[in-house]
Write a protein that binds this ligand. Sequence first.
Ligand SMILES: *Cc1c(COP(=O)(O)O)cnc(C)c1O
Length: 453
Amino acid sequence: MTELSGGPALPQERRLVTPIPGPKSQELLARKAATVANGVGTTLPVFVTRAGGGVLEDVDGNSLIDFGSGIAVTSVGNSAEAVVRRATEQLAAFTHTCFMVTPYEGYVEVCEQLAELTPGDHAKKSALFNSGAEAVENAVKIARAYTGRQAVVVFDHGYHGRTNLTMALTAKNMPYKHGFGPFAPEVYRVPLAYPFRWLTGADNCAEQAAAQAIDQITKQVGAENVAAIVIEPIAGEGGFIEPAKGFLPRIAQFARDNGIVFVADEIQTGFCRTGQWFACEDEGVVPDLITTAKGIAGGLPLAAVTGRAEIMDAAHAGGLGGTYGGNPVACAAALGSIETMRELDLNAKAKRIEEVMKGRLAALAEKFDIIGDVRGRGAMIAIELVKSGTREGAKTPNPEATAAVAKACHAEGLVVLTCGTYGNVLRFLPPLVIGEDLLTEGLDIIERAFGTL
Ligand SMILES: *Cc1c(COP(=O)(O)O)cnc(C)c1O
């Protein structure tokens, strides 16, 4: 696997030589506890020294299978060859000028790529930032400047970041918002079409949820006051919830009919993660603005707002930007990352990962009745856990079993993450370049973990 990197010849294998975490990681963990703020948590405290392809290597010499990609970031694999090559060249040439002071080509090239890759063939422009939250904040700024309106509509189970405005846009209190208010005003939350938990059944979900959302917007906010509707095409932190088919197009149409800017937050779903360049393509939805980050630059911090030129141009000169936004090294990494996605056809790889994972997980759901739902697209797959005997009825969330399975996987050297409003979702986000043998081995570990409950 020469196209994978992480340093020379990083073996693509799981290898456990100590308990997880090992003694050196434990030592570092003590140093972390002494000096890093408690608020900065850690899912799996092994300290990493090298990573690439589908594995992470730690300070104790263990090699773990990666089903997390640093939260959907290293889709092209860690230290992917083209990312390292381009970022290294850029590092040697210059590290920073500030694009707002003296510009450089890489920034423009990234915006050209974004215009080409995002849905729709209208004229598009972009602005680059450092983090997903910053991109979402700027999408709201741009929508307000364009519409002259203030209100922002978001959805149940939504996650949009940790800054003040994006905390307000985020649904879940703990851990994202608790004690951190007051939050930004003029944010309104409406129902999301969550098929597994829709009280009158999945078949009614899209239509009823859309009707409720639209009713709340028109009656409680007033469509003419709404600047933007911001939605994740698949809710990420909220539990990998795929809105019932038909919901997204209906909401996008409502936005269009009412002069509201429709913003797709594709920070987690974008850049081949779901088997398409962007998840909203699945239902042919063309957003007015799209926010991207995570997978865009192979691990370097970069984010973007891309959208209709006339909307993007509504903010006055000097109104958008930031010292580091579109840093030249991050832009070079993004170009390397996009090159890798094209060359290795990572959309096809994501679809293959879905096929392998869903096949295995569906069989697992037959065996274990605490698996309430298997869902997701591409290499963004999740299982939602419920209490035994409630799958066909109350669907009582089972965060305890979710934590126990995750813990058992970690102990066996498999990095998995949890999510969900009820903390009862195991989510799998392998790098798209992971080998099929590692993918299968990871699934074996998950199966064994359920067996230990
Ligand atoms: C991660 C995420 C964000 C926030 O991105 P940061 O880079 O962590 O600020 C926003 N929206 C979605 C959908 C995300 O998954």
